[in-house]
Design a binder for this molecule. Structure first.
Ligand SMILES: [Zn+2]
Length: 310
């Protein structure tokens, strides 16, 4: 898999204070673990530059972006975001957005690529919420559209929370199919309408989840996408603080493989992004995210010399 590229920056970290429920150290921990066990080599890791303002403005309003950069969001907006504003938070948001744009372009060339962050699907054009500042996947879709790199897009959002920002952004765009499989009783309280929403009851097991996912994927791939964005949230985990579902680490690994294999068999390039994960033990969150990359490596192992589908 010599052509595999994964996008990561040490500045995916931001100072959000000690004891915050958001495990901001997970990005670095995932990178470190994958390197230490040699799932990744350092030559596969590429550090993105911050996203261009003009790219971010393809989705977000000028007013929001300028107040975000200037540190003049209202107290109410910051509360809704759930993260304290800092220059490092702004930097991290622009870097992670760029990571997803870059991963998308790379996936189109080679079949698969990843961002070791991103999937911040609760961000709306004019506001952030639920720890999501910028909607990286939405920005990446618009960049690919602008550059005529792809025409049809599929978003497979397996984070345990509904991808409400993404659903809202693309509700009138027929070229983008939004699929969200999430906890019925979970945040956000008021859900938007995706092209396909599947709401799962509390304590949903591996078996129930995987059966439901396997049933849904053929339907959503009928959209015939040129590229798939996969949000492999770690938070459907049974020991997640914000999860409510009952999936095991093995079950989540099977979920990743299911989605990745589905794309590969249909020769559709796929981008993986991380999304949420708030396990009681951060090591579990890290392990679940690492499994996504291990699954990429395993599934795309032989085929990725130059082009996975050549
Ligand atoms: Zn989530």
């Amino acid at each position: 898999m010599s052509s595999y590229r994964i996008f990561y920056s040490p500045y995916y970290y931001a100072d959000i204070g000690e004891g915050h429920v958001f495990p901001i150290k997970k990005f670095e921990l995932v990178r470190d673990k994958l390197l230490a066990e040699e799932t990744l080599s350092s030559s596969e890791i590429v550090e993105p530059q911050p996203a261009e303002i003009e790219d971010v403005l393809l989705i977000h309003t000028k007013d929001y972006v300028s107040r975000l950069r200037g540190g003049t969001l209202t107290a109410k907006e910051v509360r809704k975001l759930g993260l304290p504003w800092s220059q490092s938070l702004v930097r991290r948001s622009f870097l992670a957005t760029s990571g997803t744009i870059n991963a998308a372009k790379h996936a189109l060339e080679t079949g698969v690529s990843s961002n070791l962050a991103g999937g911040t699907h609760h961000a709306f054009p004019d506001r952030g919420e639920g720890f999501c500042v910028l909607n990286d996947v939405a920005v990446a879709v618009r960049v690919l559209q602008r550059e005529n790199l792809a025409e049809k897009f599929l978003i497979v959002d397996c984070d345990v929370h509904q991808g409400n920002g993404t659903a809202f952004i693309f509700k009138d765009d027929q070229s983008v199919f939004t699929f969200s499989i999430h906890g019925a009783k979970n945040y956000p309280l008021f859900k938007e309408i995706s092209n396909l929403d599947i709401e799962l009851p509390d304590k949903t097991s591996d078996k129930e989840y995987l059966e439901t996912l396997n049933e849904a994927l053929p339907r959503v791939f009928l959209h015939n996408p040129d590229i798939v964005f996969y949000l492999g949230g770690a938070d459907p985990f049974e020991q997640d603080k914000l999860g409510r579902l009952g999936l095991t680490i093995e079950g989540l690994r099977a979920r990743d493989k299911t989605v990745l294999k589905f794309a590969k068999q249909r020769e559709v390039p796929i981008v993986t992004v991380m999304s949420g994960g708030y396990a009681l033990d951060i090591n579990d969150t890290v392990e679940i995210h690492c499994n996504t990359i291990r699954a990429v490596k395993e599934i795309f192992a032989e085929s990725q010399t130059q082009n996975a589908f050549a």
